[in-house]
Design a protein around this ligand. Structure first.
Ligand code: NYM
Ligand code: MG
Length: 205
């Protein structure tokens, strides 16, 4: 048996990542495959708990740099487990990852290469699906009240995500006006294609 695939779903807040990753995991399990879903930030770890405080409590002050490094550290906390699962043949589906890390901090004006540096060495996804909301929808509001859930900021984040649109293994799916099943039907062939590959060693950022 070959290794499992690392599949990432990225996007702005409210793009539908959590819905689509859970649909995808259900579908893969129905095919009899071993699948694990990991959502970043993982708010359950010691570092994740700090990140959660930072997101929900706007009086919890951290410099932009230290907040950024916590999000990266949260990925490093889980990276060994991710590699082990892939080696054991488990498909790992990620809800956000390195690209969110760079895009949200670079949107604050920090240098994008500086933002990527702490993530260098993390496993690289075999497939990234970016759920793309066009401007009219990203400005429709309806956010929760966590830090970053503000229309103007989301537009800056989107500009940062767009810099990754030519990354290897990247697919941008427009989700505007589509229902959950429509989007899932577009996700599925991309996933099947990566599963049909004979994946070699896990690549790294
Ligand atoms: N976020 C997420 C970052 O700023 N950097 C990161 O590295 C990651 C993984 O956390 N607004 C931000 C994006 C979201 C917030 O994520 C919480 P979610 O998926 O809404 O729980
Ligand atoms: Mg959110």
């Amino acid at each position: 048996m070959g290794r499992g695939a690392l599949i990432l779903v990225e996007g702005l807040d409210r793009a539908g990542k959590t819905t689509q990753t859970s649909e995808l995991v259900t579908r893969l399990r129905n095919e009899g495959l071993n699948v694990e879903l990991i959502k970043f930030p993982d708010r359950t770890t010691p570092i994740g708990k700090l990140i959660n405080s930072y997101l929900v409590d706007k009086s919890f002050e951290l410099s932009d740099e230290s907040a950024h490094l916590l999000f990266s550290a949260n990925r490093w906390e889980l990276s060994r487990g991710i590699k082990e699962k892939l080696h054991n043949g488990t498909i790992v589906v990620l809800d956000r990852y390195v690209y969110s890390g760079v895009a949200y901090t670079a949107a604050k004006g920090l240098d994008a290469q500086w933002c990527l540096n702490p993530d260098i060495g993390l496993p690289r996804p075999d497939l990234t699906i970016f759920l793309n909301l066009n401007d009219s929808q990203s400005s429709r509001g309806g956010f929760g009240d966590e830090r970053y859930e503000v229309t103007e900021f989301q537009q800056q984040v989107k500009l940062q995500f767009e810099k990754f649109f030519n990354e290897p293994n990247w697919n941008t799916l427009v989700v505007d006006g589509k229902n959950i099943q429509d989007v899932a039907e577009e996700v599925w062939p991309l996933v099947q294609e990566v599963l049909s590959k004979d994946l070699k060693q896990v690549e790294l950022f």
